[in-house]
Design a protein around this ligand. Structure first.
Ligand SMILES: Cc1cc2nc3c(=O)[nH]c(=O)nc-3n(C[C@H](O)[C@H](O)[C@H](O)COP(=O)(O)O)c2cc1C
Length: 406
């Protein structure tokens, strides 16, 4: 089992608890530096997200590769997310004068250079020594929205500082993802830290009343962060527990009122991540939620859930453009981004592709993944005869009669 010099933290020989997020390990010294340290060069032949996945697989400890690649149960939903895009064709328009294409947008007050956001993923220091510092810099350089995970191995304040240092001429486009903690006060501490770091929106993940079970990780005996890594946002969460990393709580007791209670304590716009049923989307709008991230957690929570791209038309219809609907799950190509936007998404999120980039070549790898998706998106928009995001309309997408090609 080879581990690359830059990439992985050696895992413990006898890990002990469940993943995504696992029980936290003992606190590590927090990384305070914000300057980029040596990030390995990106191999020129890594041209696609698939290439980065193969490179990540080659470089990573197989146990960590499985943790990232895997999903819940039979991984039916992991496969469905990608297959869902493959079952759609694009039907382009021509001769519409699309010499200049604008990919920029503003979502809930946050400006971004393209409609590809970094979805929250845990534990980046498992795959790259700099972890979320590298992610923060890459997203800032790409001017892409980064949704920092509550289960990050670098504290959100440090991620924000790294992003600011990488792109000093603008505020980082940083959002923060939280799991509502059983005790509201704990969630509020996290929210205050995120706001102090400069996060401009909160993303509440609501698809995790209990932890997903990832059988690959169970079989691999991977249940815990290795020594030296911790969920840094959880450090010192309660006054009486200075410096202690608390377990990230999941609670099946939470309901809509808990979302309202949190919203009453913050001025930040709140998006819900993991709403899938159109009826829940309708309730979210009626309750005054500011946005949705249509997500099945990359197939890591309830297995056999439909592909998010399949659910998008129904959810978009339920929401009726009253609030932005973002989508993640299976986005691997610029054509996928166009399909999602044409069917009503404001932007898409990428989870695993960003992690493949980090694993392949740290900050530079993550940046390359974002830039290749930008280039593919721009190219696809041009080939669709569109002048920008506003021209991506549902008529450009058709079901593929034979199941589609990829
Ligand atoms: C390794 C890994 C860790 C994740 N950690 C989180 C997390 O901490 N919080 C969360 O809301 N979603 C988490 N997710 C789900 C992602 O935010 C996203 O929904 C999913 O990865 C999108 O699918 P994709 O990987 O096919 O792009 C994680 C996904 C992966 C692969």
């Amino acid at each position: 089992m080879s581990t690359p010099p830059h990439a992985t933290i050696p895992r413990p020989t006898e890990p002990t608890a469940p993943p995504d997020p696992p029980e936290p390990a003992e606190p590590a010294e927090s990384a305070e530096h914000t300057e980029s340290t040596a990030s390995p060069a990106v191999r020129e032949d890594l041209l696609t997200v698939r290439d980065f996945q193969a490179e990540a697989r080659r470089k990573l400890d197989p146990v960590y590769y499985d943790y990232v690649a895997g999903g819940a149960g039979d991984e039916a939903t992991v496969r469905a997310n990608e297959a869902g895009f493959a079952r759609l064709n694009l039907l382009p328009r021509v001769l519409r004068g699309s010499a200049e294409r604008d990919l920029a947008l503003t979502v809930l007050g946050t400006r971004a250079s393209m409609p590809v956001v970094v979805s929250p993923t845990a534990f980046h220091r498992l795959v790259c020594a700099e972890g979320e510092l590298a992610t923060g810099r890459a997203a800032a350089r790409a001017e892409a929205i980064l949704i920092a995970s509550m289960a990050s191995t670098v504290a959100v304040g440090e991620v924000a500082a790294a992003a600011r240092a990488a792109a000093p001429d603008r505020d980082p486009a940083l959002w923060f993802q939280v799991y509502l903690q059983p005790d509201l006060q704990d969630t509020l501490v996290l929210v205050r830290r995120a706001a102090a770091a400069g996060c401009t929106a909160l993303v509440i993940t609501v698809d995790s009343p209990v932890r997903g079970v990832h059988e690959r990780s169970v079989r691999n005996g991977f249940h815990d962060l290795p020594p030296g890594l911790a969920c840094e946002n959880m450090r010192g969460l309660r006054d009486e527990e200075p410096g202690v990393v608390r377990q990230i709580g999941m609670s099946a007791k939470l309901d809509w009122d808990d979302v309202d209670r949190l919203r009453a304590h913050t001025k930040l716009p709140v998006l819900l991540k993991g709403v899938l049923h159109p009826e829940d989307a309708r309730i979210a709008v009626e309750r005054g939620v500011d946005g949705l991230l249509l997500s099945n957690h990359g197939g890591r929570q309830l297995d056999t859930v439909p592909a998010t791209i399949e659910l998008l038309p129904e959810v978009a219809a339920a929401v009726g453009r009253r609030i932005p609907v973002l989508l993640d799950g299976g986005v691997r190509r610029g054509t996928d981004v166009v399909k999602a936007l044409a069917l009503g998404a404001t932007a898409v999120g990428i989870g695993r592709p960003l992690v493949w980039g980090l694993a392949a070549a740290g900050e530079q790898g993550a940046l390359r993944v974002l830039e290749l998706l930008r280039a593919e998106l721009d190219h696809t928009i041009a080939l669709c005869g569109a002048r920008g995001l506003q021209d991506l309309t549902p008529d450009l997408v058709r079901p593929a009669p034979t199941g589609g090609v990829r």
